[in-house]
Design a protein around this ligand. Structure first.
Ligand code: NAD
Ligand code: ZN
Length: 352
């Protein structure tokens, strides 16, 4: 390891499920043979980090846990087997920290489905610390002309919504509803959809999110908290009144997961991405069959999706606004998230 790597660092640590997070000094780890150590400069804050702290999902986290999985920084140490990434390179730690690279899913580039996948900020320590370890094979390669702060949200939110839009099968000129459009994933979904030539109906609540999604390229906005007929409103916003071709569900409540099949046009595709605690997908069998509705889940993206999502950013097609604060202020971001008051993404600076 290089000599200027400290032995201790600042981190936000979940010591028990349910929180609170504790800002404290912890040791810097050494990378294993197939791993790299990255000096995280900035990390995005995903709602997943809040689910992890609260213990929302039927999957245990490690404890104590350093959360975070949208970390952008500089490679500072390499394991003995690592050859294709250098000290000084820009790199990103994403949700999929490592996979076996051998199972049938890994062989087919479905790495998120690998049974041995390590998850940053969930089953291994993540990016709410100044020095983070990841498997070299899965580290996101970030070109040197990219801004490390602005690219951080791409490393989960960007990859995930780009993949979800591809999974929806929506083509240029077609319309998608983005449900939860004013949040972190949603704001990036508006931009990726626009860059892909897809028309957006944004669904979320409040004037701030309405104005933001319009700036990001959404043509229409439906406020779920004030509308009396969400299904009718969404359908009426499509030219032929038949509804959008797909719904990208990035909301954190169950209700929109039940509504989506009702406003989609025949052959419409529901892409479930958001992971509200304890929620179920329910749809009427009769209407879903005779209207040939598809319902699918979409889970982050593979290494190719990562490279493509980063390339959209590098080309200047993605510049969603984000707010910034110090790593020490992470709890403030969680509070805003819990209240649904956070428009877009927060990025934390690990030096503060
Ligand atoms: P966020 O809190 O930034 O955004 C959620 C948005 O949903 C908010 O703007 C909120 O107002 C909106 N919302 C709440 N109820 C709604 C409703 N009834 N209709 C429409 N919008 C509604 O969260 P985020 O960081 O964007 O994450 C969103 C979800 O996606 C989380 O559950 C997260 O865990 C999940 N996620 C999934 C994947 C995946 O691979 N599938 C990856 C990353 C995140
Ligand atoms: Zn995430």
């Amino acid at each position: 390891m290089a000599s200027n790597i400290p032995s201790e660092q600042w981190a936000q640590v979940v010591e028990k499920t349910g929180g609170p997070i504790v800002y404290k000094k912890i040791p810097v780890q050494k990378p294993g043979p197939d791993e790299v150590l990255i000096n995280i400069k900035y990390s995005g804050v995903c709602h997943t980090d809040l689910h992890a702290m609260m213990g929302d999902w039927p999957l245990d986290t490690k404890l104590p846990l350093v959360g975070g999985h949208e970390g952008a920084g500089v490679v500072v140490a390499l394991g003995s087997l690592v050859e294709d990434i250098q000290i000084g390179d820009y790199a990103g730690v994403k949700w999929i920290n490592g996979t076996c690279l051998q199972c049938s899913f890994c062989q087919q580039a479905d790495e998120p489905l690998c049974a041995k996948a390590l998850m940053s900020g969930y089953t291994v320590d993540g990016t709410f610390q100044q020095y983070c370890i990841a498997k070299a094979a899965h580290v996101a390669r970030i070109p040197k002309d990219c801004d490390l702060e602005a690219i951080a949200p791409i490393l989960c939110a960007g990859i995930t919504v780009y993949k979800g839009l591809k999974e929806s099968g929506a083509r240029p000129g077609q319309t998608v509803a983005i449900v939860g459009a004013g949040g972190g994933l949603g704001s990036l979904a508006c931009q990726y959809a626009k860059a892909m030539g897809i028309e957006v109906i944004a669904i979320d609540s409040g004037e701030e999110k309405k104005a933001m999604t319009a700036k990001l390229g959404a043509r229409h906005f439906v406020d779920f908290s004030t509308t009396k007929d969400l299904v009718g409103d969404v359908k009426a916003l499509t030219e032929d009144g038949l509804g959008p071709h797909a719904a990208i569900l990035v909301a954190v409540n169950e209700k929109p997961f039940q509504q989506a099949t009702e406003y989609l046009r025949p052959r419409g595709v529901v892409v479930a991405i958001g992971l509200p605690a304890g929620a179920y997908l329910r749809a009427p069998v009769f209407e879903s069959v005779i209207r040939m509705i598809s319902i699918k889940g979409s889970y982050v993206g593979n290494r190719r999706d990562t490279a493509e999502a980063i390339e959209f950013f590098r080309r200047g097609l993605i510049n969603a606004p984000y707010k910034r604060c110090g790593l020490s202020e992470l709890q403030k971001v969680y509070d805003l998230m819990l209240e649904g008051k956070l428009a877009g993404r927060y990025v934390v600076d690990t030096s503060k």
